[in-house]
Write a protein that binds this ligand. Structure first.
Ligand SMILES: NC(=O)c1ccc[n+]([C@@H]2O[C@H](COP(=O)([O-])OP(=O)(O)OC[C@H]3O[C@@H](n4cnc5c(N)ncnc54)[C@H](O)[C@@H]3O)[C@@H](O)[C@H]2O)c1
Length: 472
């Protein structure tokens, strides 16, 4: 019997096979069967064959990432969470996935699991360690925003990513939308003249721990693993899920939570890479400096110097009710609630461009009525998770250029991450600080020594620690 099938023979057979999915499942032997007596015969679903991914942190954003990965065709082969309910809910969605409580064991089992990559959706203070382990092990890495908890970690992750050369992506999925593309095209096409500044604002606040009394951790939670690199401080009621954002030990406040999504657009539109940024003066005011809880509100600014004939630029951030003076002044004049309708404004030598995640507006009206600038269209994204998975597939097949193909690969996203985190540092320092993006260093050393204590033994990002965990 001939076992080979020509392409023509195969195509001739496909429609018939598709019409009879049970036959396809039986023939290729790679399907799962779901039986529901009430609904009739068994349904056969082909197993996804995309890159083999492990998710660390399965509830909250992790649950959304799981859905997005499955939708984009990944094979989710392992789930890791320190909380029993999160592990169960993940398992219900991907029954075939191996389940872990300790991310270190998951990474040790990477060969057994035949992992291609790891997606991290834990709280901010545990982003860098599993991401570093994945990179050190030569795996692809996707990590939620902000990429790291500290500027120092960001620098280390960039070094590890460069050494690994694997596809990476930060979880700033709004970057994949068409509205952001149209705004970048217009700004770069000169629609408002030469840009001079961008203000971003958000009426939201992750303010001020404590969220409750010190208490016993829930029995369903492995609190020691939840702490990870953080100090062995007692459990505070309601700190998780989500509320860890209000504490410097685990979160980064409102600026850290939302800055990577919103400042992403000016960073892209204004071409703010490390060379263009150079040495940036950062200043931030906050309602109260506290070593435990993040501030109720922050106003921050980044003064970007003139460089290679390019104008100086100013970025500003306003959260939790603080208002952009540009939006205030023009809102009163134009009788438009710019603050309520948008979340950012680009100011240029000819006018303004207002934007949020889904729409934009150019003012004054006369400028908007001018013919739109001729722009090079930025191609649509196949989807933020899909960009990463496609890059993994190409990289696995030997295409070394695939590494930096995801639009928020760490080479680019560490810049955005460091812009956001230098704002939190300036808020704590309460004086202007200077950060050299090209050299990746603060002027005069770290402006807030010992702000974040050294990681607990075994949780550092040093090569020796990472290697001992991976080989452990
Ligand atoms: N891209 C986005 O739009 C978006 C939206 C929401 C949250 N986020 C980011 O996602 C991350 C998670 O936020 P969240 O709101 O889902 O938090 P959360 O507290 O609701 O969920 C975190 C999950 O991680 C688990 N976890 C904690 N430590 C762990 C560890 N050491 N190992 C394994 N699992 C661990 C928790 O048990 C929980 O299931 C944050 O960094 C946040 O900034 C991104």
């Amino acid at each position: 019997m001939r076992t080979d099938t020509t392409r023509r023979q195969f195509l001739a057979v496909v429609p018939a096979v598709l019409a009879a999915p049970t036959l396809l499942g039986a023939a290729v032997g790679c399907a799962t069967k779901q039986t529901d007596a009430a609904k009739g015969p068994a349904v056969i679903k082909p197993e996804p064959t995309g890159p083999r991914i492990a998710i660390i942190g399965c509830a909250g954003r992790g649950g959304e990432n799981l859905g997005d990965l499955l939708g984009a065709g990944a094979s989710v082969v392992a789930l890791c969470d320190v909380e029993a309910g999160a592990r169960e809910s993940g398992s219900k969605r991907v029954a075939s996935a191996a389940v872990y409580t300790d991310l270190r064991q998951l990474l040790r089992d990477r060969r057994k699991l035949k992992l291609d990559g790891v997606l991290v959706s834990t709280p901010d203070h545990t982003h860098a360690f599993p991401t570093a382990l994945a990179l050190r092990a030569g795996l692809a890495a996707y990590c939620e925003k902000p990429l790291t908890h500290t500027v120092e970690e960001s620098r280390r992750i960039l070094d590890l990513a460069r050494a690994a050369g694997t596809p990476t992506q930060m979880g700033t999925q709004i970057h994949a939308t068409d509205n952001y593309r149209r705004v970048v095209e217009l700004i770069q096409g000169g629609a408002i003249g030469r840009p001079t500044s961008c203000d971003c604002w958000i009426n939201k606040g992750w303010c001020c721990g404590p969220t409750g009394p010190v208490t016993e951790p829930p029995k369903t939670l492995d609190y020691d693993l939840w702490l990870g690199p953080a100090q062995e401080d007692p459990y505070i009621a309601n700190i998780q899920p989500s509320n860890w954002r209000k504490y410097w030990d685990y979160g980064t406040g409102t600026l850290g939570d939302m800055g990577c999504h919103m400042l992403d657009l000016p960073v892209w539109a204004l071409g703010l890479d490390r060379a263009r940024l150079g040495k940036v003066e950062v200043f931030a005011t906050v309602d109260k400096v506290d070593s435990v809880g993040c501030p109720e509100w922050t106003e921050a600014s980044w003064a970007i110097p003139q460089a290679n004939g390019l104008d100086p630029l100013v970025l500003r951030w306003f959260d939790n009710g603080r208002k952009s003076p540009i939006a205030e002044e023009l809102g009163a004049k134009d009788k438009i609630d710019y603050h309520g309708r948008f979340t950012m404004v680009f100011q240029g030598t000819k006018g303004w461009l207002w934007a949020n995640y889904g729409e934009y507006l150019i003012t004054p009206g006369a400028l908007a009525a001018e013919p739109a600038p001729v722009v090079t269209k930025i191609a649509s994204s196949p989807g933020h998770h899909r960009e990463w998975l496609d890059a993994i597939t190409a990289w696995r097949s030997g295409d070394s250029t695939a590494t930096n193909r995801p639009m928020c690969a760490f080479g680019r996203s560490t810049v955005l991450n460091e812009i956001v985190l230098t704002g939190t540092v300036a808020g704590r320092a309460q004086r202007p600080i200077s950060y050299d993006f090209a050299k990746r260093s603060f002027d005069g050393g770290n402006p807030i020594p010992h702000w974040h204590p050294a990681p607990r033994a075994g949780w550092s990002l040093e090569n020796a620690d990472l290697d001992s965990v991976l080989s452990g």
